[in-house]
Write a protein that binds this ligand. Structure first.
Ligand SMILES: C[S@@+](CC[C@H](N)C(=O)[O-])C[C@H]1O[C@@H](n2cnc3c(N)ncnc32)[C@H](O)[C@@H]1O
Length: 257
């Protein structure tokens, strides 16, 4: 019989390879406690019995521990900077770009990347890897179909150019879809590819402990080419970037030294 959060963490790691120790504790505990209480369980021990013997329960747990909210062109001003300042510079030095959208959720971010990149170069010269821990969001991402509200931030010309509209739903066109490869990947457990020109990792680092972030900054920095760019979320400024061989290029953009 297990009865507390630390035991639960150990068991979950064995079952799924997900290390909850590296996620901020108070936040995660609150989310999971409200989930198991709603289902009538009294403690983490009972809840673990359930998720380890019921695949729907396990999926629901995975769904709750990861927060999947995303949208196209999220925090638009930053995408404008990518478009107008960062990409022109990257392209000057490289005629092909290797890009990674890490923790891509349901695909809005990597597809936005493809749309912005398409303004600058043929997509045949771009490879975009898009990864997430959660297989369900990846399956949705691969479908490329979104409700109108996910596109609210996207400039109208891009909306017109890159989607086919069907009622309230919008489907990403095939040229954009072809540019993105989706893959399951756990940032906290799997190895990283390298030689990226641009890595986008937004709105996931906030859930991790300081130790986990520190480890990830090292790995992201190593995964970038010299002069490659690391683009983070709008609450995720890196305070001691130089420690990771990164220099501030613009707000929320870092260049590998
Ligand atoms: C809030 S979404 C961010 C989506 C997108 N990057 C954006 O900014 O709109 C966070 C995503 O991080 C993923 N995630 C959480 N922990 C992860 C991990 N250890 N490895 C990879 N992805 C993870 C979740 O599954 C979720 O899809």
């Amino acid at each position: 019989m297990i009865n507390d959060y630390q035991d639960f963490i150990g068991r979950v790691k064995k079952l799924t390879r997900i290390n909850l120790q590296l996620y901020k504790e108070a936040q995660m505990k609150r989310r999971l406690t409200s989930l198991y209480e709603k289902k009538g369980y009294r403690n983490f021990g009972e809840y673990f019995q359930y998720i380890s013997s019921d695949s729907n329960g396990l999926n629901e747990f995975l769904d709750r521990m990861t927060i999947n909210v995303s949208e196209f062109y999220r925090n638009g001003k930053r995408w404008d900077v990518l478009d107008q300042k960062i990409l022109p510079r990257l392209i000057q030095k490289n005629d092909r770009l290797k890009v990674w959208s890490a923790a891509c959720s349901t695909g809005e971010e990597p597809y936005t990347l493809a749309m912005v990149l398409a303004k600058h170069m043929p997509l045949s010269k771009v490879s975009i890897l898009a990864t997430d821990l959660d297989e369900e969001v990846l399956a949705r991402a691969k479908m490329g179909v979104y409700h109108e509200r996910s596109l609210n931030e996207l400039p109208v010309d891009m909306k017109r150019k890159f989607f086919e509209k069907n009622g309230d739903y919008y489907k990403v066109n095939s040229e954009i879809m072809k540019a993105v490869t989706f893959k399951k990947h756990n940032l906290l457990a799997d190895s990283f590819e390298n030689n990226f020109d641009l890595i986008v990792c937004r709105n996931v680092l906030i859930y991790f402990t300081e130790d986990a972030k520190d480890m990830l900054y090292v790995k992201f920095s190593n995964a970038l080419k010299t002069d490659g760019i690391f683009f983070v979320g709008s609450t995720e400024q890196i305070f001691s970037a130089t420690q990771y061989n990164l220099e501030t290029e613009d707000t929320f953009f870092y260049r590998k030294r």
